[in-house]
Design a protein around this ligand. Sequence first.
Ligand code: R5P
Length: 293
Amino acid sequence: MLIIGCSKGRHIAQKVAKKAKTSYSELGVNKFPDGEIKVRIIANVSNKTVVLIQSFYENVNDCIIEVIFAAKTARDLNAKKIFLVAPYFPYLRQDKRFNSGECISIEAIADIISKYFDGIYIIDPHLHRQKSLSNLFSIKAEKLTANPLIAEYIQKNIKNPLIVGPDWESYKWARHVAEEIKCSYAILEKKRYSGRKVKVTLNKKIDMKGIKGKNIVFVDDIISTGNTILETAKKLRKLGAKKFICIGIHGILVENALQKLKKANINLITTNTIQNKTSKIDVSGLVAKYVKP
Ligand code: R5P
């Protein structure tokens, strides 16, 4: 087996190869002045199972082209099987035609990946209307979750937590983590008006008693502009909450999200599915368990 670290997956791929005791190589990637990219497989892949590790952020579309080119090349060079590990996989939020004529991106991207790979592993994919990866991909597709790592982090570092999921979709993370550490939780409701504007409301059924003495721990899969968390904190402040920590799996962090959260006294922790200053939870061990030589 050979693990290949693509441009946005190297930080995890090297650690995975070490933990799985398997060989590692970097994907050569060059960008031309006009924006085209060229990839090069450096190691010998003939007759080997190849695992490409790539996260998809910053230049998301370049990241996609990179793995397609790499998989096509590995196939040409007689790789036995080709898998993709995606610590963060993009385009999953566009899972329906919200407005007429829109592309259902989740389906288009799954079709392309299914054509070039034998299997895909995704850490905490944002599945909402689509319930399972196997409904989308025509290849073996498995979901891994960082929930146990988040639960462990909270247990070690945060006293007296009250876990809050900002919207219904976040229950898969917030509720599961809370159940794992046996602490109370609340799942709120959110209405999204645009990519930047959301409104969070408290569900009447929620019991927020004792909120004042708690460390509020927001748990969500994606932190992008940070607006969802900022809005949620605003609501809870009115109820007397004072201390906020936010644990996100995928820290996309665009439009000064980190600065905005800091300014609102919200301490952000993320995993390293996307590498940044807030990545305190390492997912390489999780991937290594699945990648067996
Ligand atoms: C969407 O439902 C996700 O679970 C996140 O809540 C969302 O993507 C966060 O985006 P932002 O940080 O831009 O509010």
